[in-house]
Design a protein around this ligand. Structure first.
Ligand code: 6CS
Length: 319
């Protein structure tokens, strides 16, 4: 049996580590009966095209990031809102993995698009790399910011006064190089492996949002699997949730060192002041209404539940 797994990132990325571990566990637990082939970014197309291939059943598994998937499932854009998540990654991970209410709703939304949602996890904080320093929303004025292709991201950066430009991942480097855009956001590991730091001068950590992704499979394919193979998939992705959190932490830490070594002249703003973050938080609030316009009442419920769950987890942690 051959299962195909397409990722939205290159070899050596967080998604690649996820797919490698998935392959290892599935192949060993099925005693070699199932073979998993991984398709890194660039071999099958953009994120949108990969999702389409899962939908058509050409490939069985894929990563589908809300940053692109929002065109198909508007509600997933709740994960793109700024200053909704906790500053504490453990708390975010816990809420993403252990909230039955959120999970049930997303399961249904994905199923309507013939996808089965397998897991939701963070790949680390989104970090801005730009050609000029950004410390306040005013600094974004007129800055052509590349965003992923989900429409909510246009609203997110327009709220800061930037000019957001949606582009597929593969086009970001050359767009920066040719000055078609002035900045982009991605987790540190991605900035390193896609060399975005080579064509920007500033790197700014605002902790505005984590990069959340989801792994999916074709619903009909999954439902047609024998019960023990369904179980195998579910228990494997469950196990991967804890694993991938450690991987992303290590990758994001180590690759920052690599970036520093490769480009000592890069300006790194590793923390905004509380006041500066507050200005971004304030400017981002109106985007929540635009999210509800895009995602409807279901979106509103998801947002309310996400905020409630994060607050509750933070309160519990503080005890
Ligand atoms: O910026 C993007 O489009 C991509 N960034 C990451 C870290 N993963 C996949 C996504 O498509």
């Amino acid at each position: 049996i051959q299962w195909r797994f397409a990722i939205e990132e290159t070899i050596g990325s967080v998604q690649h580590e996820y797919a490698l571990k998935f392959k290892e566990l599935i192949e060993s637990r099925s005693q070699g009966a199932i073979e998993v082939t991984i398709y890194p970014y660039g071999t099958l197309g953009t994120s949108d095209q990969i999702t389409e291939l899962v939908d058509m059943g050409v490939i069985q598994f894929a990563m589908a990031s809300p940053g692109h998937l929002g065109k198909l499932i508007p509600e997933v854009q709740v994960f793109l809102l700024h200053f909704v998540f906790s500053d504490d990654e453990e708390i975010n991970n816990q809420v993403l993995n252990d909230n039955p209410e959120l999970r049930r709703t997303f399961d249904e939304l994905y199923a309507r698009k013939r996808l089965k949602l397998l897991s939701i996890y963070s790949e680390g904080w989104q970090v801005w790399t730009t050609k000029k320093p950004i410390r306040t929303p005013e600094d974004f004025r007129g800055v052509k910011m590349r965003v992923m292709t989900s429409p909510l991201l246009l609203a997110a950066y327009a709220a800061y006064g930037a000019s957001p430009t949606p582009l597929p991942y593969s086009e970001v480097y050359s767009a920066l190089q040719l000055n078609m855009i002035d900045g982009q956001e991605n987790p540190v590991f991605a900035i390193q492996e896609m060399s975005f730091y080579e064509v920007t001068d500033w790197m700014i950590f605002a902790k505005q949002s984590p990069f959340i992704t989801t792994s999916v499979t074709n619903l009909e394919f999954f439902q047609g699997l024998p019960a023990e193979q369904q179980e195998l998939v579910l228990e494997t992705v469950d196990e991967l949730n804890g694993y991938i959190l450690d991987v992303q932490r290590d990758f994001n830490r180590d690759r920052l060192e690599l970036i520093r070594e490769n480009k000592p002249g890069l300006n790194i703003v590793s923390d905004l002041t509380a006041e500066q973050r507050e200005a971004f938080r304030g400017a981002s609030q109106s985007v929540r209404e635009q999210f509800v316009e895009l995602a409807g009442p279901e979106g509103q419920r998801l947002l309310d539940e996400l905020i409630r769950a994060i607050k509750a987890a933070e309160a519990k942690r503080a005890q």
